[in-house]
Design a protein around this ligand. Structure first.
Ligand SMILES: *Cc1c(COP(=O)(O)O)cnc(C)c1O
Length: 406
């Protein structure tokens, strides 16, 4: 299996090189680049009133405006425009509807204590969006230019960005192929759009640890596939296994891969486990390696970097390695499983309390009387402080607008 995996990694790398090549060719052509200075704004006539914070449901209400940028293969990127939020009209034969030429991103804007609006590591999302686009032959773009357009969209709808800790504006950049016709080929037209949704904390009443079902009868992603890209096509097939898990009382799937039953991700989040060697007392924070089957989470990357910097190396090892449900089962039986959590933009971290596997339940410890483990809570704090600008860390929290000025 490892051999099979590593040969697929090599193939992926080859594909990576090929695609870099295409990108370079594009940039030397005469096609217009995405240019934020060409942005045109049409404002809505009657702006919405913000909902009370306690009525915000994730991704259910949207702000007043949408950012749209058309692309076609002859001219390149058109002028970005911000318009009143509303339906999009497309030909029923458009390739997005038939062959899933669609990808998306998810990131958040936060209002800090000085009324500045910040986005967390948007360059990472833009980089990932370009990789997803390249993989399904949709157009790539200059990350900074899209971030500038998004900043204008946020400023225009600033009255709808909720205040308070835990609240934020969820940003959903989306790219679709819009070419009409049923031939399967390279889209000649595309639409990039961004919608935004005011959201509350994922856990409105504090953390709630979840029960997972380890799923081995269905796979989320495979070597040489596209599990590391945020393509819409990756998500629809995950709902049925989730319903099956739910019918047995579990909230999410823990996705396993291969005969070894390696742990890959949980639901639509990356996943981390903490083990403690009972002989040496040394702890290990472990997550699956980026081998092409794992979504390259910005939260995952941030947790790994902060853990490597902040956890005492005499006590901790931070690993990106293969580990299986059997290893977790064995460690749990020896009292060496300490905690486990999912990671992603929506919740930052999501504590895990139990894993059902082949009819048995593996218990994951939580702190006495709490719904989380120690490291889960520490990691949540580290990241929230940076996101809300209470702590500056490198250029991770990126100020896009200063609302105190107007
Ligand atoms: C988006 C996503 C994640 C988390 O990525 P973040 O950048 O941390 O939000 C993890 N796994 C899957 C399958 C995802 O779609």
């Amino acid at each position: 299996m490892l051999n099979r995996l590593s040969s697929s990694i090599k193939n992926n790398l080859k594909l990576g090189k090929m695609s870099l090549h295409t990108v370079t060719k594009d940039s030397t052509s005469n096609l217009s680049k995405l240019d934020s200075s060409k942005l045109q704004i049409t404002k809505i006539k009657t702006p919405k009133q913000p909902l009370p914070n306690d009525q915000l449901k994730f991704g259910q209400t949207f702000t007043d405006h949408i950012l749209k940028i058309q692309w076609n293969s002859e001219k390149g990127w058109g002028s970005p425009s911000i318009e009143p939020y509303g339906p999009i009209s497309l030909d029923p034969s458009a390739c997005v509807f038939h062959y899933s030429f669609e990808l998306f991103e998810g990131l958040k804007a936060y209002r800090d204590s000085k009324d500045q609006i910040r986005i967390f590591r948007p360059n990472k999302n833009m980089e990932r969006m370009n990789k997803s686009a390249d993989r399904i032959v949709l157009p790539t773009f200059e990350s900074d230019e899209l971030i500038k357009c998004i900043a204008e969209l946020i400023k225009l709808d600033k009255h709808l960005i909720p205040k308070d800790k835990g609240y934020s504006l969820y940003l959903r950049p989306t790219l679709i192929g819009t070419t009409a016709g049923l031939g399967v080929g390279t889209p000649t037209d595309a639409l990039l759009y961004v919608i935004t949704s005011p959201v509350g904390p994922y856990y409105s009443t504090g953390f709630k640890a979840v029960k997972l079902e380890a799923t081995d009868y269905a796979v989320r992603a495979w070597p040489g596939g596209v599990g590391d890209k945020k393509l819409g096509a990756n998500y629809a097939p995950c709902i049925k296994p989730q319903l099956e898990a739910a019918s047995r009382g579990y909230q999410q799937n823990l996705w396993l891969f291969g005969e070894e039953k390696y742990i890959t991700e949980v639901g639509t989040m990356n996943v981390f486990f903490v083990f403690k060697d009972s002989k040496t007392g040394k702890k290990e924070l472990v997550t699956a390696p980026l081998d092409g089957t794992i979504l390259e989470g910005v939260t995952r990357d941030s947790i790994l970097e902060l853990a490597r910097e902040r956890l005492d190396p005499n006590e901790w090892v931070i690993s990106e390695r293969y580990y299986s449900i059997y290893e977790v089962e064995e460690k749990a039986s020896k009292g060496e499983l300490i905690e486990a959590f999912g990671s992603g933009t929506a919740a930052v971290v999501s504590p895990i309390k139990e894993i059902g596997f082949h009819g048995k339940d593996i218990q994951v410890p939580l702190l006495e009387g709490e719904q989380f483990g120690q490291l889960t809570r520490d990691v949540a704090d580290w990241i929230a402080k940076i996101q809300y600008g209470d702590e500056e860390y490198k250029d991770w929290s990126y100020v896009v607008a200063d609302l105190s000025e107007n």
